[in-house]
Write a protein that binds this ligand. Structure first.
Ligand code: HEC
Ligand code: HEC
Ligand code: HEC
Ligand code: HEC
Ligand code: HEC
Length: 385
């Protein structure tokens, strides 16, 4: 019995206190808030993301009323997560949190540490009120800043330092090296133990120089707050396949050659994770050639993942094997050979693009949104030959 009481107390302690609404942050961080409102972290609930909804609608846990997606897709909804942990029926309700901030400002900035597990990692949230973690100019420094005024200019003026609303803790390494993303983004296994999503990263921890934050949250113009003026701030729209893929193009290099007379295209992935890692995606490498007013289109190369069971494609919750996966790996450089002889004066266009949902799967899932079904360009380059 004593053990049981201890266990219950520990579970209660592990619960995250409610998160300050992101609307509050918007008062002093309007530029960041505006970007955030268009991001996939604002749109990660079944009410805002038609793709998440379509998969959830088919998921066997829906009829069991167990929305176990919440820890990653709607962690701000602490009531839902508490109910889930107590084994109560949980279906997301169309409340303010689900619509406006399923993964809110305070939610990310309260991640204190990450616990690694085989099934999926776990975010540990700090429960100190109005206490947020950050990096200082991309670096970890031994400093916690409470709002205070510092005398300056020989004591004639007082200069405000820090935020009048919250304490900032710059000591958390996760914010400087981007590892803060890995509580949700690293991997997810199903009941059969199959990793249905995995970034297949290279290296145990992201590097301090080039990492999730430097690539997906590059510095863009505009002040980080209305009180402390800065020229730039970290982009909070989170560049990805849904939002601003153009910001990611520079991390992919496309080159061509024809050593034996036949065309080859090389794709170099500079990211420390596999490209197009989500199993719903279909990526395509397309090549067209303009020769004397005629356009030749070569058969596209498809890059995708197929999960399966008993040798046949299966839904992620049923699958126990990866039947096929040919996406380009972390830091990999891959060369594709084409059955085509380029000639002088040819104009060769190489395009690496994608469908957010493989059109075949979109049909099965009944997804009709145009933006999801159409081919989008990640990077395109024209080579005069
Ligand atoms: C361990 C954390 C985690 C859990 C649990 C989780 N997801 Fe996700 N999910 C993610 C992350 C991270 C992404 C974004 C990955 C990407 O874009 O590559 C994602 C993306 C998706 C997408 C693609 C959405 C889009 O618009 O492209 C679907 C669909 C999805 N999840 C469905 C689910 C469902 C349904 C559940 C619950 C049964 C679930 N997920 C549980 C972390 C998780
Ligand atoms: C998905 C996680 C995540 C969400 C959601 C998020 N942030 Fe951030 N934020 C980060 C990371 C990571 C950084 C970069 C490291 C750093 O500077 O702390 C950052 C940086 C910042 C910075 C410093 C900017 C700079 O250029 O130095 C501010 C201010 C900030 N966030 C406020 C907010 C506000 C306000 C919101 C909601 C509108 C928000 N964040 C939502 C993860 C997040
Ligand atoms: C009353 C204004 C105000 C409100 C409200 C506010 N902040 Fe801030 N915040 C600031 C100021 C000012 C700074 C810059 C402090 C500095 O650089 O010395 C700051 C800095 C930050 C930083 C660190 C940026 C860096 O790299 O130095 C983060 C992260 C942050 N705020 C998150 C939040 C979140 C999350 C919320 C909402 C829960 C929020 N803030 C609400 C004024 C505010
Ligand atoms: C609390 C969990 C959580 C954390 C922490 C988190 N993410 Fe996400 N992220 C998600 C989920 C869930 C999605 C998928 C939303 C959807 O599509 O429905 C997502 C989507 C994204 C996308 C959009 C992918 C696409 O295909 O467009 C990018 C980019 C992204 N996250 C980057 C980051 C980065 C960078 C960090 C760290 C600074 C981070 N995330 C931290 C849960 C999280
Ligand atoms: C060198 C730059 C770079 C780094 C570092 C990097 N990424 Fe990416 N990331 C990319 C590029 C380019 C893409 C677009 C192609 C793609 O979707 O895979 C991408 C795509 C993504 C996607 C969307 C994948 C999908 O299928 O929807 C997510 C989510 C993501 N990255 C998260 C992260 C996280 C988390 C980290 C840190 C562990 C990280 N990235 C580190 C460049 C980078």
């Amino acid at each position: 019995m004593r053990h049981l009481t201890l266990l219950i107390t520990l579970t209660i302690l592990a619960q995250a206190a409610p998160f300050v609404p992101s609307k509050v942050c918007s008062k002093c961080h309007p530029a960041i808030y505006k970007e955030y409102m268009g991001s996939m972290h604002r749109n990660s609930s079944v009410f805002n993301d038609p793709v998440h909804k379509a998969v959830w609608d088919k998921h066997p846990l829906k009829t069991k009323q167990k929305y176990n997606c919440a820890v990653c897709h709607t962690p701000t909804d602490t009531k839902l997560i508490e109910a889930f942990k107590k084994g109560k029926p949980t279906l997301p309700q169309a409340n303010r949190i689900q619509r406006d901030e399923p993964i809110g400002c305070a939610t990310c900035h309260r991640i204190q540490s990450i616990r690694a597990h085989a099934q999926q990692n776990e975010n540990i949230y700090s429960n100190k009120p109005k206490y947020y973690y950050a990096a200082k100019g991309g670096k970890t420094v031994k400093e916690r800043v409470k709002f205070h005024e510092e005398p300056s200019f020989f004591g004639l003026f007082k200069k405000a330092k820090g935020s009048p609303f919250h304490t900032i803790d710059y000591t958390n390494r996760l914010f400087a090296n981007g590892a803060v993303c890995l509580g949700c983004h690293d991997h997810k296994r199903n009941k059969q133990g199959l990793a249905i999503c995995s970034m297949d990263r290279k290296g145990a921890e992201p590097s301090a120089k080039t990492n999730c934050v430097t690539c997906h949250m590059p510095q863009v113009s505009g002040s980080l707050s209305t009180i402390t003026e800065t020229k730039t701030h970290a982009y909070h729209g989170f560049a990805g396949l849904h939002v601003r893929p153009d910001l990611l193009a520079k991390h992919i290099a496309l080159t061509i050659d024809a050593p034996k007379g036949k065309l080859r295209v090389t794709v170099k992935n500079q990211a420390d994770h596999r490209l197009f890692s989500h199993p719903l995606r279909l990526a395509q490498l397309r090549v067209t050639i303009e020769r004397q007013n005629k356009t030749v289109t070569l058969p596209p190369v498809n890059l995708f993942t197929v999960l399966g069971k008993n040798g046949r494609p299966a839904m992620p919750w049923v699958a126990d094997t990866v039947l096929k996966q040919n996406g380009i790996g972390a830091k990999e450089s891959r060369t594709f050979a084409f059955d085509f002889m380029p000639q002088k004066k040819d104009r060769i266009t190489v395009t690496l693009g994608y469908y957010i949902v493989n059109p075949q799967s979109a049909r099965k899932l009944g997804i009709k949104e145009r933006g999801i079904k159409e081919f989008k360009v990640l990077k395109s380059k024209i080579f005069p030959y």
